[in-house]
Design a protein around this ligand. Structure first.
Ligand SMILES: [Zn+2]
Length: 884
């Protein structure tokens, strides 16, 4: 007997139930039981061949650090979707993995080694360094996988993948070769974003921009040069090969086409004057020094005008050889020297402060140097036969414009399209050691691309590695057996069964970095979308709405919170109140309140299971039990309605709404009303067990542990694979209006008592008048039994004359007799009588006054007469009450 077989003795013995659900006693053993069942793997599910598939590939967490609350939220959402579909007859696959995160991991390990030994990776050498990386990632990976299990994630561990494992290396190599063969991958010299610290190129979206104030210098290259230019980086002007002006500019147009020599700080320049309509005439001097080697825009001008390219800055961020006294200086030092020389020569015209954006490395914050470099690129504009003449960019755009991929929330569809439309060729080579190697070899200017090193002497391998997004871009299909499962354009095995996947659930911040690349890679390799829906979750912020981070110390370790409140409470707190695309705040009070709810569910179950016979346990979840009372009809109707709304909400990705509906049913309807009514009406076992089974099934995707524990206590099979009862469109929802009316009456009575400060112990008699009177009198047992303090319910044609509290529900009035202390009431009535007598005497005097009666308009006199009659009627009521 396992430790969670703790309650419900079916043979009639009194049950001993734990009063409070202690998650720490159950979670690990339940997870173990799930895993051992084999049902995380869809191949083991007992399903007909025709069963639809439902696939989510887990966005692989970077193996740079253990998981944080944001990952927990992601796991909660994805597990919910997968469990729901598994319970609905789908062949549900949720495939786990981790990402080697090339540059991020390398930087992390570099920092670690530096802190521990003071050595750089170059001190260690490539091989020793990679051994250190391997040690580091093994440790982190174990932590990540443990954290993932603790959240209750029903992932198919038999398909666990890593972006840099052997199978993924094979896939990446194949992809590279295929793309190279079709000319999509090419090698070329381009301006790249170079980080002198990381010694690597960065993708455009790996560059961060920081606003800064900078000096804008306006000067002439030399005294005899006819045009002045402005720049914030005078040191790069050592590599200028042209000056661009607007062809409409009267000041300069006579120079266009000329080549003018200049001596710039002792260095000879040959500057061609070119016309370009993009040059703004009113910015600076209206003339631009063109530096093809250190600016993307200038590089394009150089290509268009056939300009010479002079490299000034090297990979270390220093001035290259051949620039006299500037050679070897850092770019900053060179800038200062040039500014000083220009001033000394009287060439500096103006210095002013401007605000501009500084490009920085997203990994280390160093200033980016745009440098020309020979790199591997993916062409996004090359038309491809396999894509019916579309380029990668066009194919990836088409899937969004043709709604082949749905974005949630849909504003991100626009962001995706905007980004795609502005996409340039993707530089995929990185000058770092940790990552997928590039299958290329060089001998002089000869290049060989292939699976293995070429035959013959003297071939040197490419020392670079691939951009990390290259391998993670292939994640949906490299994990499903591509390329082995794709022969002659036909999918087989896992790839045939599970691709395209149904949902990609990930953070909106990697929409462009990752999601867009997955689309391009999948379109290229398979000609199909990688997923049907992209659900983008927001960021989990701290209580104050700030981003959680290690350095700020406001991060939360999911394992600690799970240890304190249980994984279910953590999951529910992250699911309720969360909507796609919006950031959400985390706070511990919320987790605590969800833990309290879980205890409520536990206690509800305890109550239902405490009084059961064996026959009721077999109650089917498919067949709605017969309703004997109004309460039965009502709760069965509410349950059916809840099933419908929960089902619809989950299918619409409105998980928070689904949880709200379930929560409302469980606490406000079932616990607060029906269970109370059941205690009075008795003999509800079949209905109660039917409701409990339904509830556990529906709550399972949200809070899988506690529901499985409760289920296991009276069932032999697993709740995890228990099918949701089919609800037919034609199933009529029973009418619960009459019970609802009784609940309203009870709530109104309770309210009336509390407003009038009636002591709880005081018993009252209810006299009911009006349309609902007979129903209330028929259901007197409920009204008396449900904490109203009502002893009896009596129907009356008219309102009773005694002092009473009156409550009204629609056209029904309820008078609570005996609620009020007769002595106090007498005093109150005497006071009111005095008041009325005064009013009556005043009015009577007025109406007796003949002058008033004759002069005032008849209508006014009538109003006064009516008033008097009303006062007199009230007085006689009070007199009667006083006599009573
Ligand atoms: Zn860097």
């Amino acid at each position: 007997m396992t430790q969670w077989h703790f309650f419900v003795n079916l043979k009639g013995m009194k049950n001993e139930l734990a009063k409070i659900y202690d998650s720490s006693l159950f979670e690990d053993s339940i997870y173990d039981k799930w895993e051992k069942s084999g049902f995380f793997n869809p191949d083991n599910l007992d399903l007909p061949e025709s069963a639809p598939t439902y696939t989510i590939i887990l966005p692989p967490p970077n193996i740079t650090a253990k998981l944080h609350m944001g990952h927990s939220a992601m796991l909660a959402i994805e597990d919910l979707m997968v469990r729901y579909h598994r319970q609905n007859g789908y062949r549900a696959l949720w495939l786990p993995g981790t990402d080697h995160a090339a540059i991020a991991t390398q930087n992390m390990v570099e920092k670690k080694i530096m802190a521990e030994t003071g050595k750089t990776r170059h001190d260690l050498g490539r091989e020793a360094f990679l051994i250190e990386v391997d040690k580091y990632i093994r440790e982190i990976q174990a932590t990540i996988l443990n954290q993932t299990r603790k959240m209750g994630a029903s992932l198919d561990w038999s398909r666990l993948a890593f972006t840099l494992d052997e199978k993924r290396q094979e896939a990446v190599k194949k992809m590279f070769l295929d793309m190279y063969a079709e000319g999509v991958i090419y090698r070329g010299e381009r301006i790249v974003n170079w980080c002198p610290r990381c010694q690597s190129t960065l993708a455009d979206d790996e560059v961060e921009y920081k606003e800064q104030t900078a000096q804008l210098y306006t000067f002439k290259y030399s005294a005899d040069f006819p045009i002045a230019i402005s720049t914030t980086r005078p040191e790069t002007k050592l590599g200028d090969t042209a000056v661009a002006v607007n062809p409409k500019d009267e000041r300069y147009k006579q120079y266009i086409g000329q080549e003018i020599a200049a001596e710039f700080c002792g260095q000879p320049l040959k500057l061609k004057i070119i016309g370009d309509y993009k040059v703004e005439m009113d910015f600076g001097t209206g003339a631009l020094g063109v530096t093809p080697a250190h600016s993307t825009v200038d590089w394009q001008m150089a290509e268009a005008n056939n300009l010479e390219i002079v490299k000034v800055i090297n990979e270390e961020g220093e001035i290259r050889d051949g620039f006299g006294g500037f050679t070897g200086l850092s770019s900053l030092a060179a800038r200062e020297k040039i500014v000083a020389e220009l001033k000394a020569a009287g060439l500096m015209i103006k210095e002013e402060e401007i605000v501009n954006n500084l490009s920085c490395c997203y990994r280390c914050g160093s200033v980016i140097e745009p440098l020309p470099s020979r790199q591997w690129f993916i062409s996004v504009d090359k038309p491809l036969a396999r894509l019916q003449g579309k380029s990668l960019k066009e194919a990836a755009l088409a899937v969004a414009t043709e709604d082949k991929i749905k974005f949630l929330p849909d504003r991100f569809g626009k962001r995706y399209r905007d980004w795609m439309e502005n996409l340039h060729d993707w530089c995929i080579s990185r000058q770092i050691w940790f990552g997928h190697s590039i299958p290329a070899w060089y001998k002089g200017e000869e290049v060989y691309v292939g699976k293995e090193a070429p035959e013959g002497e003297g071939w040197l391998p490419d020392n670079d590695t691939l951009d990390t997004w290259f391998s993670s871009g292939m994640w949906t299909f490299s994990t499903l057996g591509w390329p082995d499962n794709f022969q002659n354009g036909v999918k087989t095995g896992d790839l045939a069964r599970f691709h395209p996947t149904q949902v990609l659930e990930t953070g909106y911040e990697i929409l462009t970095l990752w999601v867009s690349r997955m689309v391009m890679m999948s379109m290229f390799a398979l000609g199909e979308v990688p997923f049907e829906t992209v659900y983008l979750h927001g960021t989990i912020l701290d209580k104050a709405g700030k981003k959680m981070s290690k350095s700020k110390g406001n991060g939360v370790d999911p394992l600690e919170v799970i240890a304190k409140y249980g994984a279910d409470a953590v999951r529910l707190s992250l699911l309720m109140g969360a909507t796609p695309g919006n950031d959400a705040r985390y706070n511990e009070e919320k987790v605590e309140s969800k833990r309290n709810f879980i205890n409520k569910l536990w206690n509800i179950s305890r109550f239902i299971l405490s009084d059961l016979d064996e026959a009721s346990l077999g109650t089917s979840v498919e067949v709605v039990p017969a309703a004997a009372t109004l309460a039965d009809r009502w709760i069965l109707g509410e349950l059916m309605a809840t099933r419908r709304t929960v089902d619809a909400a989950i299918r619409n990705f409105e998980f928070s709404n689904a949880a709200d509906d379930l929560y409302d049913f469980t606490w406000n309807k079932l616990a607060d009303w029906y269970l109370e009514a059941a205690k009075i009406e008795k003999d509800k076992a079949p209905i109660l067990i039917y409701i409990l089974k339904n509830l556990l099934i529906m709550w399972h995707p949200f809070i899988p542990y506690v529901t499985e524990v409760i289920w296991s206590s009276f069932n032999d099979d697993l709740l995890m694979t228990q099918q949701w009862p089919a609800l037919k469109e034609t199933d009529k929802i029973p009418d619960g209006d009459k019970f609802k009316f009784i609940c309203e009456a009870i709530a109104a009575i309770r309210n009336g008592r509390s407003e009038n400060k009636i002591e709880p112990a005081r018993k009252v008699k209810a006299v009911v008048v009006g349309t609902g009177a007979s129903l209330l009198s028929e259901q007197a047992a409920l009204i008396c039994g449900l904490r109203t303090g009502v002893e009896s319910v009596e129907i009356s044609e008219t309102a009773p004359i005694e002092a009473a509290i009156k409550v009204v529900i629609g056209k029904t009035e309820i008078y609570l007799l005996g609620a009020i202390d007769p002595e106090k009431e007498k005093i109150r009535l005497e006071k009111e009588k005095d008041n009325l007598l005064k009013l009556i005497s005043g009015l009577s005097a007025r109406l007796d006054n003949e002058e008033f009666v004759s002069r005032a308009p008849a209508a006014v006199v009538q109003v006064e007469k009516d008033k008097l009659a009303r006062y007199q009627a009230e007085l006689s009521n009070i007199n009667e009450a006083l006599r009573a």
